[in-house]
Design a protein around this ligand. Structure first.
Ligand code: MLT
Length: 248
């Protein structure tokens, strides 16, 4: 039984996710946004590759039932209802709605990992809820892979730190769980920055870019550990909240 950390959607081979519980992380900001949307009552989030796919998919819904959402180069897409800022995904905006979401790295990474036994979307805002799924898997003899979406196909510090935190907390009190070098390195990164999550955002390229683009408040929102304790599960091409209405 193992917990491994993998970097980037393109590095994920089907054999690395098959039979595993997989946690996909894009802390800034797609996975934080998805957890926030579902915690605030969105019916589902459907990840899609491109803005064109979002527009096409919206045609199969009543207009009032969907929110078109996403970003390119961090900014909202023209004509869409919402960008990719978790602060926009309020209960008022998303309750009962299906969110059609396209983002630069996060949504593609989720779609690339679709061969997993269970695919969960993790971030700091739903950390403990997702961690409990990972620990249950390890205790039951199922390996876990934590996939960092990264930024523009590159390593990103904030995803590695969050992955390291998942790995170290998941391993607590459990013996004989294997780890890869990326998991070991990620745990060191998490230790280096510690509990004040904003420190890792201040040091990261994408964190600084978001601040520069006027999204400083998103950094505060994405650093709030356990503020939106939903477990987003990707199945049948959509992400829904694991809960009483969807027991597994
Ligand atoms: C992504 O999916 O690439 C990110 O969430 C980008 C962003 O910060 O909007």
């Amino acid at each position: 039984v193992r917990i491994d950390v993998l970097f980037g959607a393109t590095g994920v081979a089907p054999s690395e996710v098959a039979g595993r519980v997989v946690v996909v992380i894009d802390v800034l900001r797609a996975s934080s946004t998805i957890a926030t949307a579902l915690a605030n009552g969105a019916r589902a989030v459907i990840p899609l590759e491109s803005p064109e796919d979002v527009v096409k998919r919206a045609k199969s819904f009543e207009r009032a039932d969907v929110k078109l959402a996403g970003e390119r180069k961090m900014l909202p897409i023209a004509g869409f209802d919402l960008g990719n800022s978790p602060l926009e995904f309020t209960r008022e905006a998303v309750e009962g709605k299906t969110v059609l979401l396209t983002t630069t790295n996060g949504t593609a990474t989720i779609m690339a990992a679709a061969g997993a036994r269970d695919l969960i979307v993790g971030s700091y805002v739903n950390f403990s809820a997702v961690l409990s799924m990972a620990r249950t898997a390890l205790r039951g003899g199922t390996s876990v892979a934590v996939i960092c979406a990264g930024s523009e196909l590159q390593f990103s510090l904030e995803d590695a730190a969050c992955a390291g935190r998942f790995a170290s907390h998941a391993l607590r009190g459990l013996a004989d769980i294997g780890t890869n070098d990326a998991a070991e390195a990620s745990m060191e990164i998490d230790l280096r920055y510690g509990d004040e999550i904003s420190r890792v955002f201040e040091a990261s390229t994408h964190g600084r870019a978001l601040r520069g683009a006027g999204f400083a408040n998103d950094l505060i929102a994405c650093a709030k550990v356990d503020s939106h304790p939903a477990i987003p599960v990707y199945q049948d091409r959509q992400i829904t909240k694991l809960g009483p209405e969807r027991e597994r």
